[in-house]
Ligand binder design. Structure first.
Ligand SMILES: [Mn+2]
Length: 253
């Protein structure tokens, strides 16, 4: 009996952490349903979480706060994904002429997810727009376009997203440095905006050689990391990027 019991116990699998991923809306421009709205996220996010040992769950955009809360309560970690520019009025600026597409409804949704995730004290990884959401939620601010910064590199690469575009220097003693165990990393780049101030609770942990903020993390929370590049697009070819997702999954309770 005891042996059977132990065998059964040994066969029980430890549940993998569920990682909620904020999604976007895409509007069909043609095909069978022109003008139709679809909830979506790029598949690389799903694949990165799976490769890191987590279970990805897509969180659909909605203004139903109770639904958002219940959906996030099923998750042990959160990824705020990339997408549109953040609505400038939400961080106290008027729209610069180089501002891209905005979606204030999605900002509201992402801000709510971030607020709840902080309340629940679960790990958060902000990617590109997700990093800008975290910065502005924390009282920081953005450059609406890199043309506002003299000497800024080209940060919107024209080649394959799986290939890096520029280097970053990672601050020693940061969580990011603990994950990478390296001070110099090559990353891809698909942003025309940048974080100008990350907020008082945040520590800037990586910059590109032109001084642009490329990563920051919460000073006191266990795991709130924000990166300006797209690690999910490099996870399959670059171990550093997979390690970032593994760190997110490993920090889930
Ligand atoms: Mn960049």
């Amino acid at each position: 009996m005891h042996i059977e019991c132990n065998d059964r116990k040994g066969a029980e699998k430890v549940k993998k952490p569920v990682i909620g991923i904020s999604t976007n809306i895409i509007i069909d421009s043609g095909g069978m349903f022109p003008g139709y709205h679809r909830s979506y996220v790029n598949r690389d996010y799903i694949r990165s979480v799976l490769a890191a040992g987590g279970v990805p769950v897509m969180l659909p955009m909605t203004d139903d706060k109770e639904a958002v809360k219940q959906a996030l309560s099923l998750c042990q970690g959160l990824i705020l994904s990339g997408g549109q520019d953040v609505y400038p009025l939400y961080y106290g600026q008027e729209p610069h002429r180089a501002l891209g597409e905005v979606c204030p409804e999605r900002d509201d949704f992402d801000y709510e997810l971030y607020r709840l995730a902080r309340e629940m004290d679960i790990p958060v990884l902000g990617i590109c727009r997700g990093a800008q959401i975290i910065a502005t939620a924390e009282g920081g601010s953005l450059y609406q376009d890199l043309c506002l910064i003299d000497g800024a590199f080209k940060h919107s690469q024209g080649h394959s997203p799986s290939m890096p575009s520029h280097h970053i220097s990672v601050e020693k003693g940061s969580k990011l440095h603990d994950i990478f165990k390296a001070e110099r990393i090559a990353v891809n780049s698909f942003h025309h905006q940048a974080v100008s101030e990350a907020g008082a609770n945040m520590r800037v942990t990586a910059r590109s050689d032109d001084g642009i903020i490329e990563a920051f993390e919460h000073r006191t929370a266990d795991f709130v990391l924000a990166v300006q590049w797209h690690p999910e697009m490099m996870y399959a070819s670059d171990e550093y990027m997979l390690d970032l997702f593994k760190a997110l999954v490993d920090n889930c309770k």
